[in-house]
Ligand binder design. Structure first.
Ligand code: SF4
Length: 324
């Protein structure tokens, strides 16, 4: 197990809902992440998939301690990040970076591309002057941008170029772990494959480990070594990519997979789409038992009462379902 880079143990993030103006009372909580445990091995990509609002972005931010979790632990190379003070965390953040969904929102419009890429180097290293300029030019080239673009502002770049800029910034301090939070969702389809290929190339060149967050299974298939599926704050299935796409065990994963088009026209013609009934319940008022039972096509009586735990049903294949 010493090939694990980052591990979450019983991680939860509940956002309080309060009432009252002078004395605020906690009246409920949103269970964005609920008792989640998993790990990511060095050099691997773990795809994290689920519908909007299922907690995957919150989980990514809790791993990086951009949001301090309500409970549980996060270990990076064996060190518990949840116990660390702000200064300790600032130092360890050099090992972790994030690439955001909308590169335009995450880049300061008043800074040039060069300043944006140089910023983490200024904060975390003593590199200055010409050495800094050369470093920035090199990083721009690595992500496929011309070094002469360093003087441009974010609005002068296309969406794909802005995402490349965000990747250059994330790479600047040579992190080990990168959370890619839906990095291609805001891009044109024609650009998406370029960014995926770039991330893949950078992974082998810089020995990176990714948590790749996406809302559908087709996006993560190419890039991921393993895939975790999340539903209403919980991981419901986690397995090697090929095992999961071949024989998904959780009814929610099966439904998600049924929505993925198949490139073979003969097989595609016979693809049976599973349409789940209803909407996911509110994370403020989760149903008793299995979170998925109000929508599950194969649920039984016990599903209404008992919460299924995440069990390893085959080597490396974990499922949270009473019937798996
Ligand atoms: Fe469906 Fe029951 Fe499995 Fe939940 S535990 S996914 S309701 S069969």
């Amino acid at each position: 197990m010493n090939d694990i880079l980052i591990e979450a143990k019983n991680l939860s993030m509940f956002f309080p809902i309060t009432k009252g103006i002078i004395r605020q009372r906690r009246i409920a909580e949103i269970k964005a992440v609920d008792d989640v445990s998993f790990f990511v091995r060095k050099g691997e990509t773990l795809g994290l998939v689920g519908e909007s609002g299922c907690g995957k972005t919150t989980l990514g931010r809790c791993l990086m301690q951009l949001i301090r979790p309500s409970s549980g632990e996060v270990y990076l190379e064996g060190e518990n990040l949840c116990n660390m003070e702000a200064e300790q965390l600032r130092l360890i953040r050099q090992k972790m970076q994030i690439i955001f969904q909308d590169p335009f929102d995450s880049l300061d419009p008043r800074m040039t591309a060069g300043e944006i890429v140089a910023e983490p180097l200024r904060v975390h290293t003593k590199i200055r002057g010409n050495e800094l300029k050369e470093k920035v030019a090199g990083l721009l080239r690595v992500v496929g941008l011309d070094s002469s673009m360093a003087s441009r502002y974010p609005h002068q770049f296309s969406g794909g170029q802005r995402q490349r800029l965000g990747i250059a910034r994330a790479l600047s301090i040579r992190p080990k772990f990168i959370v890619c939070d839906e990095p291609i969702s805001a891009l044109d389809v024609s650009i998406q494959a370029q960014i995926i290929n770039l991330l893949e190339d950078l992974q082998s060149e810089f020995d990176l480990t990714y948590l790749f967050i996406a809302h559908d299974l087709s996006v993560v298939r190419h890039l991921s070594h393993r895939v975790a599926v999340m539903y209403l704050g919980k991981i419901v299935e986690i397995a090697n990519r090929d095992a999961l796409y071949r024989v998904a065990k959780h009814p929610y994963t099966v439904a998600l997979l049924s929505a993925v088009p198949i490139p073979d026209p003969v097989v595609e013609a016979t693809r049976e789409r599973i349409i789940l009934k209803g909407e996911p319940p509110s994370p403020i008022a989760l149903p008793p038992g299995c979170n998925f039972h109000p929508r599950c096509p194969i649920g039984i009586e016990a599903c209404r009462e008992e919460i299924p735990s995440l069990r390893e049903i085959e080597r490396g294949h974990w499922v949270a379902c009473h019937l798996a």
